[in-house]
Design a protein around this ligand. Sequence first.
Ligand code: NDP
Length: 389
Amino acid sequence: MSDESSLTRRRLLAAAGAAPFALAAGQAFAQTAAGQPMPGDAAPQPAPPAERMRWAVVGLGSFGVNQVIPGFADARQSRMTAFVSGNPAKARDLGARHGVSRFYDYATYDTMKDNPEIDCVYIVLPVGLHAEYTVRALEAGKHVLCEKPMASTSAECEAMIAAARANNRQLGVAYRVHFEPHNREAMRRIRAGEIGAMRHVQCDHGFNANLQWPPHKWRLQKVLGGGGSMFDVGVYGVNTSLMMLEEEPVEVSAAYAYPKDDPRFAEVEGGIDWRMRMASGINVQGSSSYCYGPYASRQRYFGSDASIIMDPATTYYDNRLVMEGGGQPRREIGSGNSIDQFAAQLDGFSEAARANRAHLTPGEMGLRDIRLIEAMYRSADAGGAVIAL
Ligand code: NDP
């Protein structure tokens, strides 16, 4: 011990010996009055309920009840204040469980404009109803987050965007993958050049549609589903690959691919194999299907040095990110908890709506994707012709 530090230590001991009780009491007082300070790296704390953005959830079906509503439990900037449902008993039962006490049905929907306790509306209805209920909510002065795919046609998407502008409200499409930790990490690595130059992207999404199960039944009807598997799950491949690539396609082509005479596909396509040619010269190739078993959600990014494999890529709970090449053994990249995507998306939209600035995945992005899908249908209808964009 140096002379200086031993002197300091002796002084401290003398001071403590002179007034041991006073020092202890002072410490206790300081702790009580000031409390424990927040550690510097504390997680962001949730906003008090009164300061959060207030949401109405529209359509209490499979996804609404099992994924959207639980997502609010982890949200920090968002809380639910109202439900819209055609089934009042279900709405009240869920309301009692989740502290929601304002209820609307599809006839009283427009009276939400008189409720200042609703800032944002989340549309979780069948696709064929997205445009109508989005426009009505925007006209009621609410911000709208609409489930994917945005609507049945690009004309409907344009009308939704026009209504958002006319009412000075924000419109987002619920592309939750943009908030999902594995996909965000893949995007970061791709943009940081960790796979080298991008050479090819492959995306496959599908499941076996069940004509008897209500959430699948409307998906197989043109008027409610908008389109078939390409609308429902193919859109993940289109949207997520474009999120990773930061460039737009210059042409598309597609071919229908599903069993002949299958009664499920009287109105919408069961499957499509598609291709987007990018300005840089690479191809993004994908398939979407209502005839795959088991459920498939796979994306693969092939680079000049390494590749990223995501399997599953876009599920709710358990996405995986694996890297191959780059001079290292095949390795799984831990990226966080997929379930975080739901609350992150809600809070992302709440923050955008509060500031009245564009959401990370705005209506214009949903319109772009529907235009691409429409071009793919045009190609498939023309036997796979290349459609220039
Ligand atoms: P469901 O059929 O389970 O739920 C839809 C709900 O919409 C119904 O329960 C009903 O709610 C309401 N509804 C109102 N009118 C109709 C009608 N004419 N026919 C059927 N339902 C009606 O579907 P999902 O929950 O699977 O899908 C809802 C939306 O969520 C779709 O846009 C879908 O694309 C999207 N989705 C998104 C996912 C994602 O990962 N982002 C995953 C799954 C779905 P109520 O009884 O309360 O009136």
